[in-house]
Write a protein that binds this ligand. Structure first.
Ligand SMILES: NC(=O)c1ccc[n+]([C@@H]2O[C@H](COP(=O)([O-])OP(=O)(O)OC[C@H]3O[C@@H](n4cnc5c(N)ncnc54)[C@H](O)[C@@H]3O)[C@@H](O)[C@H]2O)c1
Ligand SMILES: [Fe+2]
Length: 436
């Protein structure tokens, strides 16, 4: 590796290898109709199909259900998935999985649905007290001891990449903090990625999920480099997310090319099939990349923003409760983070800016943070994103609370290319208050 990838030259302390995981995936318009054949091929006779209330009566769930039933597969539908799941909602879903007497799982929905389905499969198949598998130090972080039942994931949003990751994210209500469960065993068996689902997506959801995809790719490329990973466990103990590596670099760069060219079009015109298809593909690429490399600061900081926001509502998301869409919470910290981390790897930050479509001719390493942040601010303005944390009601007085809210996220924050303590967290939030 070191001859052609100087960044990846091994140190004496490095893990000598990296491990990649992903499902068998099929991409293309209309492939939801292949669910039945795939289930039969896996030997499934009765599946639990997870979705949310809004999608339950719609055409995507109908297509998958018809395909499964047409192939002779019995379907038990669970449509109580909570958008932005909690520990309680995951446990409720797991009870359904356990009681339904199924031999496989199908998810049709966004990240909330796919993550709930992964957790339901986990706790129904490898039962344990809930905190057993939750990431340490919040949970016990124990390894999943055996295989799960097959899971066919059908994403209906273009952002999370959850259809290809071994990650399930939820809010732990007692801490009001987001955390997750990470294991290769959670990676779905099969992903059916059908860009046709994006026809029904509101522009607000395309925008937020598109920025989630963008940030997955940016965080993959700028993560601590794989040979420099802290505490490098090897072999089967190697974590799912291992830092920036040659494979994640390639996929993340390709995802950023698509975001730079197609995100604004996909948000502004729900009839732009080319743009929406490209964003769907980019989300999968970025998902494979960040599953292997890991996220860091923008995701770590986002959880404090979504946890502490009061009275914030976005069209296209469930009404009646404050909800900061995940990708919106993530992008709000982006420009601030890149201005801070660019000196660690100016070339990588400049390359990200170029992939996103910034004109970097004549830029020096000192310009890297501004080039990337500036391009992201352009994209935020063109897609109706709020102007920094102030727009959500946060101010200078909230910076301390936001920093405290981000502290449980040190597991991801330590994947950043620079060391981060409380003063840096405060300064990052302060710089994210307003952008234009
Ligand atoms: N597991 C992972 O790897 C991973 C990665 C990133 C984010 N996440 C998590 O995923 C969750 C967010 O998922 P999301 O952004 O996909 O959104 P979501 O699943 O929360 O859905 C957002 C809204 O869009 C609606 N919707 C979904 N598909 C639609 C369609 N085709 N047409 C019309 N409406 C549709 C839903 O009903 C919901 O109201 C968060 O909890 C986040 O933390 C997980
Ligand atoms: Fe994300």
């Amino acid at each position: 590796m070191s001859c052609c990838h100087a960044d990846f030259a091994l140190l004496e302390t490095s893990d000598p290898g990296f491990t990649l995981g992903m499902p068998t995936f099929t991409f293309g318009a209309g492939v939801l109709a292949e669910a039945g054949d795939n289930a039969r091929e896996l030997g499934l006779r009765r599946v639990a199909l997870f979705t949310d209330k809004r999608l339950a009566g719609g055409e995507h769930v109908a297509k998958v259900t018809a395909s499964l039933r047409g192939a002779g597969v019995d379907v038990a539908v669970y449509d109580e998935v909570r958008v932005e799941p909690t520990d309680a909602s995951l446990q409720e879903a797991a009870r359904f999985g356990r009681d339904a007497g199924v031999d496989g799982y199908v998810s049709v929905g966004g990240g909330s649905v796919m993550d709930t389905c992964k957790a339901a499969n986990l706790y129904a198949t490898q039962p344990a007290e809930f905190m057993t598998y939750v990431n340490a130090p919040i949970g016990a972080g124990q390894r999943v001891p055996g295989p799960l039942k097959p899971h066919i994931a059908c994403p209906t949003t273009s952002g999370t990449g959850s259809e290809v990751t071994g990650i399930s994210i939820f809010t732990l209500s007692s801490l009001n903090a987001k955390t997750g469960i990470i294991s290769r065993r959670l990676i779905p068996t099969i992903a059916l990625i059908d860009p046709d689902v994006t026809r029904t997506l509101p522009g607000t959801v395309v925008a937020s999920t598109g920025f989630d995809c963008m940030s997955h790719a940016l965080e993959s490329i700028t993560a601590r480099l794989w040979p420099r990973r802290l505490n490098p466990a090897r072999g089967l103990a190697r974590p799912v997310s291992q830092g920036a590596n040659p494979f994640s670099d390639a996929l993340a760069g390709q995802a950023l090319d698509a975001v730079g060219r197609f995100l604004v079009r996909a948000v502004q015109d729900d009839g732009d099939i080319e743009a929406r298809t490209e964003m769907m593909y980019a989300a999968t690429l970025a998902g494979i990349a960040f599953n292997a490399a890991g996220c860091h600061l923008p995701h770590g900081l986002s959880y404090a923003v979504s946890g502490l926001a009061r009275d914030w509502h976005v069209a296209g998301y469930p009404e009646g409760r404050t909800l900061v869409p995940h990708g919106m919470a993530v992008v709000l910290n982006n420009p601030s983070v890149w201005r801070h981390t660019a000196p660690a790897h100016p070339e990588r930050h400049l390359s990200c800016a170029r992939h996103l479509g910034a004109d970097t001719r004549g830029a020096t390493p000192d310009d890297a943070g501004e080039a990337l942040a500036g391009r992201i601010v352009e994209l935020m303005r063109a897609t109706g994103m709020p102007n920094g944390l102030t727009a959500l009601g946060f101010g200078e007085d909230d910076v301390d609370a936001l920093a405290t809210g981000a502290e449980p996220q040190y597991r991801v924050i330590k994947n950043a290319p620079v060391d981060i303590g409380r003063p840096e967290l405060q300064s990052l939030f302060r710089s994210a208050l307003r952008y234009w």
